[in-house]
Design a protein around this ligand. Structure first.
Ligand code: URA
Length: 229
């Protein structure tokens, strides 16, 4: 028979396990998202690994110098739907995964609203390292990272490409356009050998600042949900 004091400690250990003991024993950020692993073709895995290496090999980049981790992607590399944001923030830099902070929580809700989740989509950013103080990446930085995200799209080869916010839109569609005019339309585009249907919608961080625009974003989300692929 287990003594009373002993059973009390067992219960305490169970409880610690349940609430994540990291919280109690150290003050490091809790890794809330374990990246799922998906079986992909050797070719795709190889191409993604090569791309990661070339991003890691970037020289004289102030973003890389200041960052803790490279933020490459999250989600399912086999997915037919790819989402692209702007650049990692503090939480993303800490965990090495895109959209794990407050904007990420809203993105998860947006996905859930159209029956999607991180196992069903693939997510990346225009820039792979956190800009200091969460500033917007400069035009020069975007230009430097553009070949990487273009290659990334080509490797994933999505049927639908969702650009979140104006940085992603301007980088991949052009600087002369404004998001209020461009969102909610299908645009056929080629990235290398990848032919894809692009849709632009508001960035979740913008929607947190302008919640009235969520009803507009909902129109875009429904277009994604209803698109035949
Ligand atoms: N905002 C982005 O654009 N990307 C992230 O990964 C997080 C916040």
């Amino acid at each position: 028979m287990i003594k009373k004091s002993n059973s009390k400690s067992i219960k305490l250990i169970e409880y610690y396990k349940l609430i994540n003991h990291n919280l109690i024993y150290n003050n490091k950020a809790i890794n809330r998202y374990k990246k799922d692993s998906f079986e992909i073709s050797a070719d795709k895995a190889d191409n993604l690994e090569r791309l990661k290496k070339s991003i890691n090999g970037i020289k004289n980049c102030i973003l890389k110098k200041n960052a803790t981790n490279m933020v490459f992607s999250d989600g399912n590399p086999k997915s037919k739907i790819m989402f692209i944001g702007e650049a990692p923030g503090a939480n993303e830099d800490e965990e090495g995964l895109p959209f794990v902070g407050r904007a990420g929580a809203l993105l998860d809700k947006m996905l859930a609203a159209i029956d999607l989740n991180r196992k069903k989509v693939y997510i990346s950013n225009i820039i792979n390292y956190r800009p200091p103080d969460n500033r917007r990446p400069t035009d020069e930085e975007i230009k430097r990272y553009l070949p990487f995200i273009t290659k990334h799209i080509e490797i994933i080869n999505p049927k639908i490409l969702v650009l979140l916010g104006s940085t992603a839109m301007n980088a991949l569609i052009g600087n002369e356009v404004v998001i209020s005019k461009m969102r909610g339309k299908w645009i056929e585009k080629k990235f290398g050998n990848c032919k894809t249907s692009v849709i632009i919608t508001f960035h979740p961080a913008f929607l947190m600042r302008q919640p009235a625009q969520k009803k507009v974003a909902w129109i875009d989300l429904k277009m994604i949900r209803d698109k035949k692929i």
